[in-house]
Design a protein around this ligand. Structure first.
Ligand SMILES: Cc1ncc(C[n+]2csc(CCOP(=O)(O)OP(=O)(O)O)c2C)c(N)n1
Ligand SMILES: [Mg+2]
Length: 333
């Protein structure tokens, strides 16, 4: 379970890809090239990466709005993802006809998102039931926000997953805000992970800005799930760096003046980088080479997206209703 040098550098690469992709999308949004509001994951990269790294290809992931990197790690390419952002026909299975935060691909085990906050947790729980029935030891990783954890569907999903001992790892990205509401106004407990007691499953508080801590906690929960012992709840504490969407100012409504700068200091990428250098795992030049390669890959993705065509008008109603006899689309294989 201890990550090798290769693992560490690959995790670093995913985190940088997430950051560069994210910030480029924010620029494109400001230039009005992107037709949807953007929910940036800047500052939260360690959760998606630590939660997905080391999963089996046949496992299932249910990304939240902020764990975009989960889709990339499961095999949706940066080109496809960027094209989806730009509403282009090359943007994955929905061919540019959805908002990209709902992007999924069941062939890659990525459950598409839903608009109603938290509701996807019920779908992830259902996928957990499918995994259990398949009997192949697959697990589901379900990402969601602190705001989502206050919705009724959180209770229904965790209760159901625990009763049936489903192999689901519930990962809360507690970035402390739901739009403009701070958790102190919406949560009666200090640690959301304490709620796990009520569902008879392990609950753990994790430093969400430490990719290795997220990775280790997830792997422990994955082992338990594969062994048929049921679900776990991980509360990854982190901070939302930007506005709820790129249409909102980043700093208004923060509860305390210095929290913002203090959290920026805890940047998960800076932290991993410092650790890798301190431990002699790598040198500045090797990390700089990864940074430039990632920037090039993102620029190629932007170019690809910009040059791709929009979906044809005739496609507008395609795939809304399955043709008779088409069979189930989107089952867990
Ligand atoms: C049922 C429902 N209520 C309200 C909304 C509007 N809404 C969209 S995102 C959001 C906040 C989500 O907060 P959180 O779960 O903490 O996720 P974060 O944005 O912080 O990642 C809300 C209230 C919604 N989409 N669905
Ligand atoms: Mg939140």
């Amino acid at each position: 379970m201890d990550p090798t040098r290769d693992d560490l550098l690959t995790m670093y690469r995913w985190m940088v890809l997430s950051r560069v992709f994210d910030l480029r999308v924010c620029d494109l949004f400001k230039e009005r090239s992107i037709p949807e509001g953007q929910h940036a994951s800047t500052g939260q990269e360690a959760i998606g990466v630590g939660g997905c790294y080391g999963l089996r290809p046949d496992d299932v992931v249910s990304p939240s709005m902020r764990s975009r990197v989960a889709r990339l790690m499961r095999g949706i390419t940066p080109k496809e993802h960027m094209a989806a952002m730009l509403g282009k026909v090359t943007g994955g299975v929905a061919r540019g006809r959805h908002v990209s935060r709902h992007m999924g691909d069941m062939k890659l085990g990525v459950i598409p998102g839903t608009a109603s906050i938290g509701s996807i947790m019920a779908v992830a729980t259902g996928a957990g039931l499918a995994c259990k029935m398949n009997g192949k030891g697959q697990v589901v990783v379900s990402f969601f926000g602190d705001g989502a954890s206050n919705a009724g569907v959180f209770h229904e999903s965790l209760n159901c997953a625990s009763i049936y001992k489903l192999p689901v790892i519930f990962i809360c990205e507690n970035n402390q805000y739901a739009i403009s509401t701070h958790i102190s106004h919406s949560m009666a407990v200090k640690d959301m992970a304490d709620r796990a007691i009520g569902y008879g499953m392990p609950g753990k508080v994790v430093d969400g800005n430490d990719v290795l801590e997220v990775y280790r906690a997830t792997q422990q929960a994955v082992e338990r799930a594969r062994a048929g012992e049921g679900p776990s709840l991980l509360e990854c504490k982190t901070y939302r760096w930007r506005g709820h969407t790129e249409m909102n100012p980043p700093k208004e409504y923060r509860v305390s003046g210095d929290e913002y700068d203090a959290w920026l200091e805890r940047c998960p990428i800076k932290r991993l980088k410092e650790q890798l250098l301190r431990d002699g795992v790598t040198r500045e030049e090797e990390l700089a080479a990864i940074d430039s390669e990632v920037s090039r890959e993102v620029e190629e993705a932007v170019q690809f997206g910009i040059e791709s065509p929009y979906p044809p008008l005739e496609d507008l109603y395609a795939d809304i209703v399955a043709p008779v006899g088409a069979g189930a689309h989107g089952e867990v294989k």
